[in-house]
Structures are given as C-alpha cells and as structure tokens.
Design a binder for this molecule. Sequence first.
Ligand SMILES: [Zn+2]
Ligand SMILES: [Zn+2]
Length: 253
Amino acid sequence: MSEWFTIEKIDDQTYAISEYKHWEQVHSYLVIGDESACLIDSGLGVENIHEACKQLTSLPIMTATTHVHWDHIGSHHAFDQIAVHEKEADWLRHFPIPLPVVKANLLRDPCDFPKSFDPSAYTVFQGEPTRILHDDDEIKLGGRTLRVVASPGHSPGHVCYFDEARGQLFSGDLIYAGCLYAFYPTTDPIAFRASIQHVKTLHVKRLLPAHYALNIPVSLIDEIDEGFMMIEAKGLLKQGSGQFDFEHFSIHI
Ligand SMILES: [Zn+2]
Ligand SMILES: [Zn+2]
C-alpha cells in the first residue's frame, strides 16, 4: 500500500487520490462507471497512480486530462487510453517547458518523497493521445457520463469534467482554494473569467478541485467571479496586473 497517495471516498463510485505530501497538494479523481473507469489527471508521477487505481476497481481505466501541465500528467505513461483537449494534444507530444524548470518546481519545497523515487530519473510524459476531446464531448463509462466543459484561461485547452447526474464538477486548475494562475504567456485572464462565468451556469452540487483543500463550497465559483469583476472594474483585467488576494483565494494575472 502506497504511503504517498491519500485515497478519499467521495461516493461509492468516485475517489480522490491525493498527493498531500507535496507542496502542490495535487488531486486526481477516479470516476467509476458500470463498464469502465476514468482517472481525471494522473498526478505528479512521483509514484505510479495506476497501481493505486487498481486497488479501487477491476474495470479498465483510461485517463482524461484537465490540462497538460506536468503536475497533472505525471503517470500518463501508465495508461493505454489517454484523452486530451484538441488545443493541448501537441503539448502531450512535445511538452513545452524545459525539464530543469519542471524539476525546480517539483523539488521547490522540502518534501517527504518515497524512498523509491529518484528525482534525477524524473521525466515529463511525452506521447500520443488516443482520444482528442472537444467542448461538450461525452466520456461514457456505462451508466455514468462525464461531459467535457472547455474552460480556457489557465491554459488554452483546459477542460473541466462535469458529471451532470451527480452534479460533480472536476474543476482542474480553474477553481480551487488557492492562488489561481493566469500570469504566464500561455494563460489568458479574460478567457479565465469567461470560463468561470460559463461554469456558473452549470448545476454544480460538488466542486472537486485539482489542488489544495478537497472540501470547498460551491459558492467559491461566485466568489471567484466577483473577484474577477472587481479586478475588471479597476481596469486591471490584463496580464501583468499582479496578484489580487481575496478571503479564500488569490488571482495572479
Ligand atoms: Zn496547471
Ligand atoms: Zn495544477
């Protein structure tokens, strides 16, 4: 049994698989249907998350990417079936950030890595996706469906996954209780804000973020929207405006 991952049950067919020992506190989610399962993101790649998933289901497991940042594709190599949005398929084939930069981030803060982990051998996944996703596509798992909700801003092909029947929104790096990032070249603060407004129209009952606190209220969507509204009202909704701190989150643009 891995000591690196923390597994928390959301419901009988949904699990959060978290990497709390790392400063980024990454969450990946195993979503189980009647015929197959889908892991939303594959974590940091410090340990093989596929092995952790196999303890939770015997069904075939694909991975679906919220976005192609290194901390969400770490164990993609362990999956035969990989889905990604069309706008970031090329990033899976050729990851755009140099490996030393990724490693500096991975090792930024002291962390109790497992003994089996060798940072010098760490690489970022590169490979061919098996499925290209578009806005409103459905991933059918048998008795359970995840809808692709294009939500660019943090990255150009960022998507959330929405289980409409359960009201679960797997929000990736669009919504979490921490500092939201839209300040580097491939981000877009205006698109980020539009994505928050789009997500507001969904009937979300449970937010399942990709970082930090697992239990966050749905009202955070409105709070983030209001945060963006305040920034826009000051004429500062553009890259380079800096970091804006609010009660439960920050926005760095
Ligand atoms: Zn990201
Ligand atoms: Zn992230």
